[in-house]
Design a protein around this ligand. Structure first.
Ligand code: NDP
Length: 465
């Protein structure tokens, strides 16, 4: 079959961040593109992830801002928080963004098909809404993922995940959250900020595995100090619904936690069920994610996969980057592998984490000698407000090359700082160049360029003072 005898040059399955970007870029290059979406344009990020989450984070921060304002002379009347109003406003904003996503794909010239699409062969796709079959020279799977449902937990059917958390009719008075990753930690802080009695149950030694140990420890302390119950080295064994509808979460350590809601945040699963991958020769790994090579090509020659469905790095900007690389590879005669090195990231906890590059532990395994610069201080804003919260800034420097190989920040706007530091670390900037940079005063982040002496060194993996 020649290329032009297919209905489309490119068929994208999934209208999330990765799929939409691939469709728009390819269509803008004059390719005949179709994109199928079974539910709503925007995918996890816009509809049930990053965007609504950040809106809830903002909402939850007002309780502290309200208290802090008093130290600055403000007096208010009684506080009242309206959860249904917040959810309605958030839903309106999500609908607005969804319309923009949809319109942008059409404006770029791609055909939008509101249907589930399944593979019927390497070049054949069936649209389930109409039972129509179409063909494409190239297919991109960008179907994303969804919360892991934890079928092994008795009573899991009584629990919610992040998806339902965005649509609760009422704000619970108490919640137990299982997990210690991004989603568990972010939602625990959202609920705590909104005044909910919050318990985080995590099976490991310390929350946020993979992040720098100091950041993990300090965040844990900060959350506990604000009144969250953080139970590490524990997990849930069953969840029981009581006659009044409330829940009992039974933990492995033998405690029974009463709560209005129990939320599971134990990772995400690729959306590959009933997608027809077997029919088209697309191999899945044992977790059900699509197996791809360095160019996002699946085991079927003309089928590619990008974003969360591949379980590489489940982050929106990474999915978008994978889409951009794919279009370069396919349509611009420029084979491009996605670059996963030095990806900045943030956890929208309270305080926030912003991080880029290696953790101290990972850097100690990679480099012979490190200089670690670390400072913890009370940001100026917390003086008049009387708030205890500290900010931590940590730089990891390879002593031989002087390159800053990791930066870890815990504190206000750490996510914003990670974006800027990401440029410097990616560019291979040295500590001497940090030192040569003029401070912006008075800011909290000026400490990034004013830590002249290392707090300690690490040689051969050992701390040497
Ligand atoms: P994560 O992989 O970050 O964390 C999953 C957590 O659940 C871990 O703490 C894990 O423990 C725990 N866990 C896994 N299985 C079980 C189990 N059977 N019983 C008890 N605990 C279990 O997943 P999330 O769901 O939090 O988030 C998914 C992904 O979404 C993230 O990895 C991230 O890439 C992305 N994301 C990014 C955000 C951002 O950029 N700000 C925000 C939200 C999500 P252990 O550590 O021991 O394995």
């Amino acid at each position: 079959m020649s290329a032009t005898s297919y209905d489309y040059d490119l068929f994208v399955i999934g209208g999330g961040s990765g799929g939409v970007r691939a469709a728009r870029r390819a269509a803008a290059l004059g390719k005949r593109v179709a994109i199928a979406e079974e539910y709503r344009f925007g995918g996890t990020c816009v509809i049930r992830g990053c965007v609504p989450k950040k809106l809830l984070v903002y909402a939850s921060q007002f309780s502290e801002a309200w208290e802090d304002a008093r130290g600055y002379g403000w007096q208010f009347g009684e506080k009242h928080f309206d959860w249904p109003q917040l959810i309605a406003n958030k839903d309106n904003e999500i609908e607005r963004l969804e319309r923009i996503y949809h319109a942008n794909v059409e404006k770029a010239g791609a055909k939008v098909l509101m249907s589930r699409a399944v593979l019927e062969g390497p070049h054949e796709i069936r649209l389930t809404a109409t039972d129509k079959r179409v063909t494409a020279e190239t297919i991109v799977l960008a179907t994303g993922g969804r919360p892991n449902p934890h079928p092994g937990l008795p009573g899991a059917e009584h629990c919610i995940t992040s998806e339902e958390a965005f649509h609760l009719k009422r704000l619970p008075q108490s919640i137990v959250i299982l997990g210690g990753g991004y989603i568990a930690v972010e939602f625990a802080n959202i609920f705590l900020g909104l005044g909910v009695e919050t318990t985080l149950v995590y099976r490991g030694q310390e929350i946020l595995q993979g992040f720098d140990d100091d950041v993990r420890h300090e965040l844990h302390q900060a959350m506990a100090q604000k009144g969250m119950s953080v139970r590490c080295r524990d997990t849930l064994e069953k969840v029981v619904q009581k006659p009044d509808g409330r829940l009992e979460a039974h933990t492995a350590c033998g405690d029974v936690l009463d709560a209005d809601e129990v939320m599971l945040a134990i990772g995400r699963k690729a959306n590959t069920e009933n997608l027809g991958c077997e029919t088209a020769g697309v191999e899945l790994d044992k977790r059900g994610a699509v197996v791809v090579d360095e160019y996002s090509r699946t085991t079927a020659d003309n089928i590619y996969a990008i974003g969360d469905v591949t379980h590489r790095m489940q982050l929106t900007p990474v999915a978008i980057h994978e889409a951009m690389c794919l279009v370069e590879t396919l349509y611009r005669n420029n084979p491009t592998k996605p670059d996963y090195d030095t990806v900045p990231t943030a956890v929208f906890s309270q305080p926030e984490i912003g991080t880029v590059g290696l953790t101290e532990a990972a850097a100690a395994e990679t480099y012979d000698e490190l200089e670690v610069y670390k400072t913890m201080f009370r940001p100026m804003k917390n003086t008049l407000s009387g708030r205890d919260g500290k900010m931590m800034i940590k730089l990891i420097v390879d002593a031989a090359s002087r390159r800053v190989v990791g930066t870890h920040i815990l504190g206000p706007d750490a996510g914003e700082l990670a974006q800027v530091l990401g440029i410097a670390v990616k560019a291979g900037v040295t500590k001497d160049q940090f030192d040569a940079t003029m401070a912006v005063h008075p800011t909290a982040s000026e400490e990034i360029v004013t830590m002249y002496e290392p707090s300690y060194r690490i040689r051969g993996g050992e701390r040497i003072g």
